[in-house]
Design a protein around this ligand. Sequence first.
Ligand code: UDP
Length: 345
Amino acid sequence: MNSKNTILVTGGAGYIGSHTIIELLGTSDFKVVSVDNFSNSSAKTFERIEKITEKKVTNYRIDLCNKTDLEQIFETEKNIIGIIHFAAFKAVGESVLHPHKYYYNNINSLLNILECCLKFNIPNFIFSSSCSVYGNISKLPVKEDTPFGKAESPYAYTKQVGEEMIKDYTIAFPQLHTIALRYFNPVGSHITGLIGESPLNKANNLVPIITQTAIGKIKQMTVFGNDYPTRDGTCIRDYIHVTDIAIAHIKALMYLMEKKNKSNFSIFNLGTGEGVSVLEAISAFEKTSGEKLNYIIGDKRPGDVGAIYSDTEKSEKELGWKPRFSLDEMMETAWKWELEQSKKN
Ligand code: UDP
């Protein structure tokens, strides 16, 4: 393989982007460049990536909605052979309140990148999608060939539209080889505890809320509902370690580069296949951290589905990818990262 092969990672300072860059650099097959305007992330992440990998990553601080600026990167970086497109707004609740922000950013940036793939002959493209494209589904576990359900938020709709856009491009332009990776619930942090999820905005997701409660940033957390038709009444999700997700991106990239794909647009679920309830997640956290969590049971959160978890057969068989981190390790690393962040505050 040509050692000058460059992978462009959009959203490289973000949660999954940063972990993926570490794995990409670990293979030593690739040079990595990032595009991130730090709209929900920090430049410090690159210092931390450098500390872990001992390699420097060039980041272009541009807005992906600005096509001229984006094209300039491809003029400069001549050896880009693949793009992993993470950069997008992702807060479900915010998308309901500010649909324009989500449609404008998530759709325009994808459109600009797809146009660059054509203009600069980039053959391989990987898209961050989400299990939210399945909507409120009752048949579990969820398989990739399940049709889209009704999108429960503008965020989810941008992922559905994004996948459709990519599919249409691959039909019109068969030189483009693409994969959509549908993430279930990515959690945890790098085993060093040096990087993790650090949204500039208020945490919305369960695991950061658990660790922030344990450290005292949040006084008390609420379990959203305990009368769902599940084994303990709380919602069930498929939590997956962020490094397992990152590794899946390398597998997906190699799958395209080695021309193993049967179609120009492939879809893979990224989950463990195991459903975990909110109370089970809390108890795994308490066990591994030794901290007692201050929580109450509250009302259901609007829009929550009772249970969703992934069918993992296709990713295992075709990508050769199997998650390795246990729920306890997800909690341990998430806690390590919370402690690391508290050091500098
Ligand atoms: N959850 C909760 N309390 C919180 C945050 C989340 O009980 O403060 C629950 C939420 O209802 C859901 C699960 O934790 O059942 C995972 O929520 P998250 O927002 O992390 O992911 P998603 O809703 O996208 O699956």
